[in-house]
Ligand binder design. Structure first.
Ligand SMILES: Cc1cc2nc3c(=O)[nH]c(=O)nc-3n(C[C@H](O)[C@H](O)[C@H](O)COP(=O)(O)OP(=O)(O)OC[C@H]3O[C@@H](n4cnc5c(N)ncnc54)[C@H](O)[C@@H]3O)c2cc1C
Length: 410
């Protein structure tokens, strides 16, 4: 069986169109910093501009309905867009926008028609960047334990509480969050989901330093934050899915965040490592001539290919709206664990050089050193590896009589 996708002449013509458009519109001086937390404001601005241009063509969210700002394209055309952007080291959207990528899907499934027409076009065309505000000091893996509170007051809700591990560098226009609206109701029936303009009075954003906040394959690049809500008045129109239905709304973005959206990106660190071993000499011979290093190179190649093919499968299942079960968390689990294994193999192959950023010694300008940290940190965001196993077990019916269904994406 050949796992690779093949394309029709019509799709190849689309690829030529995309390739020409990207050649004309991707800024030539776009840089990929070794550590995403060091993305400059100038570089971020270029990515936002590119995002808006893609959005104007419906290519920022290619499979979303055109009436809300999407491209109305089938999954094969979306794949072509992703593949062509990947040639530049970019993806859709070309900047951190977990709030848009995950939140827009929730609004599409659970919002009223009026809400979809108000919130989706600016998200899908790149006018807004959106952060997701889920975790709290006492609610990470156990997300349903959130304590942030919203109380109805006329045409508004008043929100108080605190969220942690939030966002990225250079701010956002909108935020969405999960809060308690009925403290007396049972678990999962007490929560509501809000879209919140980031500039409302009473919102305070404070930086939060981590070991690193980025990881190969799409962890959450950039600095993280704590966000405080102090009597923030949010119009009732911004409540999506109805009062106390927040958990249902969350099942959509949690499905995507637990790997259900799939993954197209190549494994840049693995590829750069393989190239480095082929082209770098030690004691006059290429590293790849060392039998142990060669063994490690093959291991890395196999592992990154397995994740790529799983990612492709899950991308197709989700964007073609096919039945899904355990595949998302399986991809997420494999990607996270594989990153850790690849980091260990690279450390074994190249030794202490992998642990330094000293320009005299560090291979690939410190990329491998950053990956040693990112692979560890990357186990946590979007549900830890333990949680991916818990979700998979529920979907497969391990330890349960009724199998849990995958979250709705359309
Ligand atoms: C780089 C980074 C980016 C992030 N970005 C965001 C963001 O943008 N927005 C946001 O809201 N949050 C974000 N987070 C927070 C992230 O979602 C949480 O860190 C994650 O859900 C784990 O929660 P916790 O840190 O509270 O750990 P805990 O939930 O306290 O877990 C501690 C340990 O216990 C294990 N564990 C917990 N429950 C179980 C169980 N039932 N079975 C087995 N093991 C279990 C976990 O796997 C973990 O090893 C980010 C985190 C990181 C590190």
């Amino acid at each position: 069986m050949d796992f690779e996708v093949t394309y029709t002449p019509e799709q190849e013509a689309f690829r030529a169109e995309v390739r020409a458009w990207l050649a004309a519109n991707v800024p030539p001086d776009l840089e990929e910093p070794v550590d995403p937390a060091h993305l400059s404001y100038e570089q971020y601005g270029k990515r936002r501009e590119l995002g808006r241009k893609l959005g104007a063509k419906g290519w920022l969210y290619p499979t979303y309905p055109p009436e809300y700002g999407g491209g109305g394209l089938s999954v094969d055309f979306a794949l072509i867009l992703e593949e062509e952007l990947d040639r530049y080291g970019l993806h859709l959207p070309p900047y951190y926008d977990s709030g848009g990528r995950l939140g827009a899907a929730s609004i599409l499934v659970w919002g009223s028609e009026e809400q979809k027409r108000y919130f989706l076009p600016p998200m899908l065309t790149g006018q807004w960047r959106t952060w997701q505000l889920l975790s709290e000091p006492g609610a990470g893996s156990d997300l349903a334990a959130v304590q942030t509170r919203a109380v109805r007051d006329g045409d508004h809700y008043v929100i108080n509480g605190q969220k942690i591990f939030i966002g990225s560098l250079h701010g956002c226009e909108m935020m969405w969050t999960l809060v308690v609206t009925d403290p007396e109701a049972p678990r999962h029936h007490n929560l509501s989901w809000f879209m919140i303009p980031a500039d409302l009075p009473g919102i305070e954003v404070r930086p939060m330093e981590l070991l690193t906040a980025g990881g190969e394959g799409g962890a959450s690049p950039g600095l993280k934050h704590t966000v405080f809500f102090d009597n923030v008045r949010v119009p009732a129109f911004h409540l999506i899915g109805g009062e106390n239905n927040g958990w249902k709304v969350a099942t959509t973005h949690l499905e995507l965040e637990h790997g259900g959206g799939g993954l197209i990106r190549r494994h840049r660190v693995a590829e750069r490592f393989l190239e480095y071993c082929l082209t770098t000499k030690r004691h006059g011979v290429p590293l790849s001539q060392d039998p142990d290093v060669r063994d490690d190179m093959v291991e890395v190649y196999i592992k990154k290919e397995i994740v790529r093919l799983l990612g492709l499968r899950t991308y197709w299942l989700s964007h073609a709206n096919r039945p899904r079960s355990y595949e998302g968390p399986q991809l997420s689990y494999c990607r996270k664990v594989t990153n850790l294994e690849i980091a260990e193999i690279i450390l074994r192959a190249l030794g202490p050089y992998t642990l330094t950023t000293d320009p005299a010694w560090a291979p690939l300008a410190g990329l491998l050193e950053h990956f040693q940290r990112a692979a560890v940190v990357g186990l946590h965001p979007g549900g830890t590896t333990d949680i991916q196993k818990v979700v998979m077990a529920r979907r497969l019916g391990i330890g349960r009589t009724v199998r849990e269904e995958a979250g709705r994406l359309r």
